[in-house]
Design a protein around this ligand. Structure first.
Ligand SMILES: CCCCC/C=C\C/C=C\C/C=C\C/C=C\CCCC(=O)SCCNC(=O)CCNC(=O)[C@H](O)C(C)(C)COP(=O)(O)OP(=O)(O)OC[C@H]1O[C@@H](n2cnc3c(N)ncnc32)[C@H](O)[C@@H]1OP(=O)(O)O
Length: 250
């Protein structure tokens, strides 16, 4: 299990693009300058070996988002049992912007599309405007939790989050769980919208692996208010593990 988490981490790191880092003019970190080269140096808060991790707190995160982040993040710390230190089974997953490894391998993608490809849920640059989220996984319990703060660009019904945006995040959380032991694709996603999610609010998305049958993974997901009293959305999904080479047409 620890090995599969390692693999997942490496996968996430490998998925990051250099160009995504350059193109990410994150307003909070921008220092304006007339010279592009100077601006590049001033804008980037990290070196090339360290891509920007979107799942760390930024000033757009509200108190509920921060509180939940701190709660789950504290569970990721090393546990001590008597004298012995044990690695926690909770891990925060870093969140990057671009799935470079697969995009560049895609035989169907033109060079232009490859260079512009971005991870759907991370491609709104203004902090707090789109999907602000962080994923935590518990390998032992085969569980994934996402804390989501839904921004103003995700409006569907007036003042509330678009059902497609909710579906996107459910696909992301369940997909993350299904991909813990290797690449998997959504074959089927069933969603019941129980109560609308107000724009700007924070919700907790919990996903569980219900059953595994060969390549098939049956996953469920529940979206609730931070205190768990209000059920917003319920979903079930079927994922099939895939061979990425097949996806890339190799
Ligand atoms: C995109 C890949 C990402 C990989 C990332 C990997 C690692 C990164 C790490 C972490 C990732 C973190 C987060 C993930 C974030 C987001 C996740 C997004 C996921 C997506 O957003 S992904 C896009 C939408 N997704 C598609 O675009 C799929 C289109 N589709 C296909 O590509 C094929 O359709 C496929 C591959 C699904 C199956 O094709 P196939 O040829 O491999 O399998 P086949 O058809 O033979 O079915 C075998 C058995 O499954 C049963 N079966 C099949 N489909 C069924 C269905 N719908 N309902 C009920 N049963 C079904 C059959 O009935 C048979 O059952 P039986 O064996 O019992 O007869």
């Amino acid at each position: 299990m620890a090995r599969s988490l390692d693999r997942l981490y490496k996968g996430f790191r490998n998925l990051v693009s250099l160009s995504a880092m350059w193109s990410m003019k994150h307003p909070i970190y921008s220092v304006s300058s007339r010279s592009p080269s100077v601006r590049s140096m001033a804008v980037l808060p990290f070196s090339f070996s360290k891509p920007w991790d979107f799942s760390l707190p930024n000033p757009s995160w509200g108190p509920e988002m921060m509180q939940l982040y701190e709660h789950y993040n504290s569970m990721c710390e090393v546990e001590t049992e008597g004298e012995e230190k044990q690695e926690s089974s909770w891990k925060r997953l870093p969140g990057y912007n671009r799935l470079l490894k697969y995009a560049t391998g895609g035989v169907y993608l033109s060079k232009m599309i490859q260079s512009k490809a971005r991870l759907f849920t991370r491609n709104i640059r203004e902090p707090g405007a789109g999907f602000e989220y962080v994923l935590f996984v518990n390998i032992k319990e085969q569980k994934c939790v996402c804390i989501l703060q839904a921004g103003h660009l995700l409006e569907g019904p007036p003042g509330h989050v678009h059902g497609g945006a909710i579906a996107t995040m459910i696909d992301t959380v369940t997909g993350c769980l299904a991909s813990l032991s290797g690449a998997a694709m959504t074959a089927n996603l069933n969603i019941n919208y129980r109560s609308p999610i107000p724009l700007g609010s924070t919700v907790v998305m919990e996903s569980f692996l219900d059953k595994k049958e060969g390549r098939k993974m049956f996953v469920s997901c529940k979206v609730t208010s931070p205190d768990g009293t209000k059920l917003h959305t319920e979903a079930t999904a079927l994922f099939l593990s895939i061979n990425l080479n097949h996806l890339m047409g190799r």
